[in-house]
Write a protein that binds this ligand. Sequence first.
Ligand code: AMP
Length: 360
Amino acid sequence: MTFPLPPGSTIGVLGGGQLGRMLALAAARLGFDTVILTPETNACASCVAAQTIVADYADPEALEALAGLADVVTYEFENVPAAAVEGLTALGAETAPGRRALAVAQDRVEEKTFLNACGAPTVGFAAVDSLADILAGLDRLGAPALLKTRREGYDGKGQTWVESHADAEAAYERIGRAPAILEARADFVRELSVIAARGRDGDVATYPLGENHHENGVLRRTSAPAEVSDATNQAAQTIAARILTTLDYVGVIGVELFELADGRLLVNEIAPRVHNTGHWTLDGCEVDQFEQHIRAIAGWPLGPVTPLAHVEMDNLLGGEADSWPALMGETRARVWFYGKGEARPGRKMGHVNRLRPLKG
Ligand code: AMP
């Protein structure tokens, strides 16, 4: 495959959720077609894509069809089965970001080991394969500490606090005695995130930081650009650039950060994809994270990440989406709906970006 891909080329996306939908919308605007591979019928990305292949991610026939149609294949979630990526690579398909980024992001122990090795600081941690590992970890890291499954945890799922040595066995049960990581408690004052992109030419662009508020492990709100010192901004940019360069990454990445009272930043986790805390860029920046990702994987130059407005992004969860008539009446609100049918409690149905002028 030769890059840059001309308009008229086809982008493959593994996953059919809202991130895939917004990637497909951005791709269409640049003249690309999108083909979605998802096990779901009527996935919300399919409504806005040229084609959908409905099959399991590792289905060999589906992967062959996708590899035949797409000039480059990307992902909208990080827990893509390794077999799917290996299958695509064996078929000669170009995938971005690469396998290393996925492998690192799929395993919390690998992730933290990688981050520390490339100079991106994290909380102290211990790999857990037994109750004895938890007890030894508590000795070293202190209690309470957070026990998280190594794989497949998201939105606060698969994690539990270990309050003390006496609680260790029950905590291990609570996560199903799965392979895990024990993390020291981060005494953070704020949760921040940085969305960054790296192009095929190695160019890196970093959006202004967002300040994030979670409820029950799920993102409620991002305020951006966050009010941070120049030093914090610089530190976040350095961290993002190190991660991207070390992974030889192509595309957009989300880096979740803890800000400590002394101003230091620790990386909580990385998401090798467009990220919910970057939705504010859709209305707040010259080029948003979705277009940026498509530009990067297509081998186009990265676009400017300059903020145009201050944005408060609120996720619309479950029945909150029913407030659309009132939202549509707000002149400063830009509303995004994901076209999902059933508004189950807590389900991400859309988001609203409320804009105000940047401080002069
Ligand atoms: P995660 O699934 O790793 O993104 O964690 C979900 C949320 O749990 C984070 O957004 C934090 O609010 C909290 N959290 C995660 N790790 C830690 C930690 N080591 N110390 C304190 N809070 C944490």
